[in-house]
Design a protein around this ligand. Structure first.
Ligand code: SAM
Length: 286
């Protein structure tokens, strides 16, 4: 059965299962996309964690190339369909639950002990793209690569250069944990129902060590958030007001780092942001 097809989806969902917009249910109907995603992430030694199988279109492709696939679906009403579409596959397990709430570390330990590498692959529900990616990265899970489909604008933000106009707090966070690249674009017509935006598949290759060292990660990320809180304002204005730091103290720190008082967050490199964090920490300012 070809799952990447509007006719198949309609038939499988019948009259009693509905697309839930609130859960980001836009199902793929372009049969070229899932094989490309699966090839980009998995081989016969890989355990793949998928988030949101829908009717199982990507799950089946992952099953064909990976050693094992564990897929987490929040919507119980898809259970009957997934039983039909995945029942012939020996290396797939479906877990019903909320990927944001499950203990993914325990899940990986339990299911992928016999896999030499673990990766994540998903056509992500767009309402939780950044929180899911941040959960995967921040939890320091033993994951090598993350290949996910996200909204095109989110892909551009997540994979931007840190010191570029497209950069935001999430760009810095991703650069701290991973190398990122956009693999390919996917048009809105590749989905049923079609979303209002285009998409792109990105790859995050998780780094074994962050590229910069910071004295306090929680404070570093609070500073990053503050830097990008009001993008049009100077760093001096936005950071001093967000973190309640005396402007004069912050101005002195910027001078010590050879940064102009008028600098904006989008001009700073990851190294410069980490140096700023370190100096604020060493001077007991933040
Ligand atoms: N993989 C399928 C495809 O490509 O056609 C479906 C992708 S659809 C964009 C997102 C899927 O994620 C839906 O099946 C939705 O029910 C599920 N989902 C939404 N929120 C979730 C969550 N918090 N945890 C697990 N699955 C979730």
């Amino acid at each position: 059965m070809e799952l990447a097809s509007a006719a198949t989806i309609k038939k499988l969902m019948g009259d009693d299962v509905f697309f839930k917009k609130s859960l980001g249910q836009n199902f793929l109907i372009d049969k070229t996309v899932c094989p490309r995603m699966a090839e980009a992430v998995a081989d016969e030694n890989t355990g793949v964690l998928e988030i949101g199988p829908g009717i199982g279109v990507l799950t089946r492709e992952l099953s064909a190339v990976a050693k094992k696939v564990v897929t987490i679906e929040i919507d119980r009403s898809l259970e009957k369909i997934l039983k039909t579409t995945l029942s012939d596959l020996q290396n797939v397990e479906v877990i019903f639950g909320d990927a944001m709430k499950l203990d993914l570390s325990a899940l990986i330990k339990e299911h992928f002990a016999d896999c030499s590498r673990v990766c994540v692959c998903a056509n992500l529900p767009y309402y939780i793209t950044s929180p899911i990616i941040m959960k995967l990265l921040e939890s320091r899970l033993p994951i090598e690569d993350i290949v996910v489909m996200v909204q095109k604008e989110a892909a551009e933000r997540l994979c931007a250069e840190v010191s570029s106009r497209e950069a935001g707090a999430v760009t810095v966070a991703v650069a701290y944990y991973a190398e990122s690249e956009i693999l390919f674009g996917v048009g809105r017509d590749s989905f049923m129902p079609p979303p209002k935006v285009d998409s792109a598949v990105i790859k995050l290759s998780v780094l074994s060590e962050p590229p910069v060292s910071v004295p306090d990660e929680a404070k570093f990320f609070a500073l990053v958030k503050a830097c990008f809180a009001q993008r049009r304002k100077t760093l001096l204005n936005t950071v001093s007001s967000t973190l309640h730091i005396e402007k004069s103290q912050l101005a002195e720190v910027l001078r010590e780092l050879d940064l102009p008082e008028t600098v904006r967050a989008e001009k700073l490199t990851l190294k410069e942001i980490s140096a700023l964090s370190k100096l604020l920490h060493d001077k007991n300012i933040f």
